[in-house]
Design a protein around this ligand. Structure first.
Ligand code: ZN
Length: 146
């Protein structure tokens, strides 16, 4: 009986893992950033060379849209403490007013609202800045099927 329940547990685990993975299919945008689905539009999370975060917006057909009423904030959950980042408009983008804290492999929680009164959507992004050999995107926007 023990063996059977073990087999069932394993099968269930495999089924759950499979569906969990399907939910986190990562899409990348034209800037090789991570695409975040926000209502009918898409926001592209990208870490600049100076470690600021820039967010670009696209409509449902992936046509670039200048940042308008969207509100973005981010929390970097760095090992030495959480840092909240505010964003301001720079050209068509929203850019964080401060760079990400030093290091990587910590989680960045990005909150996007399509307007001041819209329901916020949170995205948890594991900050890995190395480039993926498979898709040549930064690892946080890796689209490889692994
Ligand atoms: Zn990849």
């Amino acid at each position: 009986m023990k063996t059977i329940s073990k087999i069932i547990t394993t099968a269930l685990l495999v089924a759950f893992t499979g569906s969990a993975l399907a939910d986190v299919t990562i899409k990348a945008g034209p800037r090789k950033g991570r695409l975040l689905e926000v209502d009918k539009e898409k926001a592209e999370f990208f870490v600049e060379k100076d470690r600021t975060i820039s967010i670009a917006f696209y409509d449902a057909e992936m046509k670039a849209q200048p940042a308008a009423a969207q509100v973005v904030s981010a929390t970097a959950e760095a090992p030495n403490g959480k840092t909240k980042l505010e964003f301001e408009k720079k050209g068509d983008l929203l850019v964080s007013k401060a760079p990400l804290p030093a290091g990587e492999h910590y989680t960045v929680v990005v909150q996007v609202k399509s307007g001041a009164d819209a329901k916020p959507k949170n995205f948890r992004i594991k900050l890995d800045l190395s480039t993926c050999a498979g898709c040549s995107n930064p690892e946080y926007a890796c689209t490889c099927d692994e």
